[in-house]
Design a protein around this ligand. Sequence first.
Ligand SMILES: NC(=O)c1ccc[n+]([C@@H]2O[C@H](COP(=O)([O-])OP(=O)(O)OC[C@H]3O[C@@H](n4cnc5c(N)ncnc54)[C@H](O)[C@@H]3O)[C@@H](O)[C@H]2O)c1
Length: 279
Amino acid sequence: MQANGHDDPGQANQVPPVCEFLEDLKGRRAVVTGAARGIGEAVAKWLIMAGADVTVVDRDAEHLKESFRTEGCQVIEADLYEEDVVGVADELTRNGPVELVVNNVGITTPHRLLEIGPSELDLVLGTNLRGPWLFTDRLVKALIEDQTRTPDRTPRPRGSILFISSLHDRFVAREAHYSVSKAGVAMLVKAMAKDLGRHRIRVNAISPGWIRTAEDTSTPEQVAKYARLRPRIPAGQAGVPADVARVALFLLSDAWSGYVTGQNIAVDGGLSLHNWLDE
Ligand SMILES: NC(=O)c1ccc[n+]([C@@H]2O[C@H](COP(=O)([O-])OP(=O)(O)OC[C@H]3O[C@@H](n4cnc5c(N)ncnc54)[C@H](O)[C@@H]3O)[C@@H](O)[C@H]2O)c1
């Protein structure tokens, strides 16, 4: 069986109808964390548009319910740092395994290196790396168990896991704990991709550059940051959550990226190409 879901290479090489992109995600069980706003909200809404059976998770229940008021999808209120992420994963798999996982939750605290103490370190590494790791581990094990229990099921269950990392997984941010957590995520993606391929599970990451979310447009600090960054973005402007969502759907869909795993795609309008030495 090819990674892209075909038995024979000739068939795998055929040009599919373009709409196979959407068909491929239809009915697939998916979860998106940190979906109440920003990038997570966009990815979840694009998945819903593609017909996936989506569960959204966020600690901000009010905002989450408001954002998905008309979508009719499953909503789980959970703090993926404070609560037992394994328990949340078990709640998700009660009615069957989840094939599409989007680990989007990510936070930082406004501390420079020497100000970071154990509580900031625990919070940022716990939220950005440890939590998504254990959450995904549990979901993957449920999927593998399902594959083993029902070996003849068609279509055979597959998995596609996506982590939302950051350009700071390779460039040092003002907040060192944030960079370290995202660098960990980037390596986790490679390690998972290497070990899970034989279970028909692909694992990839997206590294957003600067994506303007609704909360991110009005403060004087943001206006100043935008003025500073804009000339360094070859695309000429910051991105929007939908820019990330489109690439997320591409990476989640076996029809489009079934032979792609262990990759980390920058969605940054070229910001990471900037050569700081030439300034
Ligand atoms: N926006 C950007 O420019 C940018 C750039 C690089 C990377 N990223 C990454 O993209 C992801 C999303 O960023 P965003 O800007 O859309 O974030 P955001 O702050 O707008 O939204 C994050 C969501 O996650 C939820 N959340 C936070 N901690 C949680 C927890 N412990 N449990 C459950 N829910 C929790 C929040 O309630 C919020 O709804 C993050 O991983 C971030 O590091 C964003």
